[in-house]
Design a protein around this ligand. Structure first.
Ligand SMILES: C[S@@+](CC[C@H](N)C(=O)[O-])C[C@H]1O[C@@H](n2cnc3c(N)ncnc32)[C@H](O)[C@@H]1O
Length: 287
């Protein structure tokens, strides 16, 4: 299995005035902490002349860092896709609406109980930011019926309206296509010269750990296999792809034949010393 390390620093084709922006949401698996491992492994500018695709966009940390000129972002989480579309198209109205929320346990549960599909579009987007910033650990978890079910979180003084981040994200998204789609459909139109960064829910590290459930439905073995087949097929079409996942025998087997680099990812702060050690992940490339 080919393994390369120490890839040279490469620049993404970014928009002229692009300054990296920070994610608006806290998101499980957010990539802010390993950007320094991902950026040097991007394709060279001469190899990446087309669009940037991020079909598991989540908190969008990589997109916001790169700010590519032409991008297609997608995710299977309908609230996330609605939020990013609102940030792109109506950021000032969203900022205004965020001003009416208060950090209070009872208020939190009242907002959580609202059906997002029944809300006016701005309030629906504002609800997602409010819940994300005040729920336990910034988790996004839904039950089988797709209802958000994370309990209230305790914070000293949570920022309910990250104005600067919202405006910076809105500017970064200005020319971006945002889609609600399964990853396979999202990249169906990718062509030679385009670049795709895949950051799927990770293969669990232990047999007992469950495959992750981010939106209604979970990402199981069949999905991991479907993704690996797509990764190879895109490479045959001249589309350069990079992927993050856990360093497990299954992932190494699925991507055998591609470049696999091991990286050590710092974990979120934990009181348990056993949980503070960095965890092994892989970055896979078909170039
Ligand atoms: C590991 S997170 C991505 C984290 C992101 N890169 C970041 O920096 O915050 C995985 C994302 O995949 C999405 N997802 C899960 N199943 C999917 C599917 N079948 N197609 C597209 N997106 C999916 C989840 O909603 C979640 O946002």
């Amino acid at each position: 299995m080919p393994t390369t390390t120490g890839a040279r620093a490469r620049r993404a084709p970014a928009s002229s005035e692009a300054t990296p922006a920070e994610p608006v949401l806290k998101w499980a698996g957010g990539k802010s902490r390993i950007l320094h491992e991902l950026v040097p492994r991007l394709p060279r500018p001469s190899q990446w002349t087309g669009r940037y695709f991020e079909p598991f966009v989540g908190g969008a940390a990589v997109f916001l860092h790169l700010r590519p000129r032409r991008a297609v972002l997608s995710d299977v989480n309908p609230e996330l896709v609605h939020l990013y579309t609102t940030i792109r198209d109506e950021v000032e109205a969203l900022i205004e609406d965020l001003g009416r929320h208060t950090y209070d346990r009872q208020y939190y549960y009242a907002v959580r109980a609202l059906d997002p599909a029944e809300l006016p579009p701005i309030e629906r987007a504002s609800r997602m930011i409010f819940l994300n910033r005040t729920c336990f650990n910034g988790l996004w978890r839904v039950n089988r019926r797709g209802q958000f079910n994370v309990p209230f979180g305790r914070y000293a003084n949570p920022t309910l309206c990250p104005e600067d981040r919202l405006r910076a994200m809105s500017a970064a998204l200005a020319e971006t296509e945002i889609r609600h789609a399964d990853f396979e459909r999202a990249v169906a139109g990718a062509r030679r010269g385009d670049f795709v960064y895949f950051d799927p829910p990770y293969v669990p590290l232990t047999k007992t750990a469950n495959f992750t459930s981010y939106a209604a439905g979970s990402f199981g073995l069949k999905d991991q296999e479907r993704l690996a087949a797509l990764f190879t097929a895109l490479g045959r079409r001249g589309v350069r792809c990079m992927l993050s996942n856990s360093d497990t025998p299954l992932v190494r087997e699925l991507y055998a034949g591609h470049h696999i680099d091991q990286i050590l990812a710092p974990r979120a702060i934990s009181r348990d010393p056993d949980n503070r050690r960095p965890v092994a992940e892989v970055v896979v490339r078909n170039y």
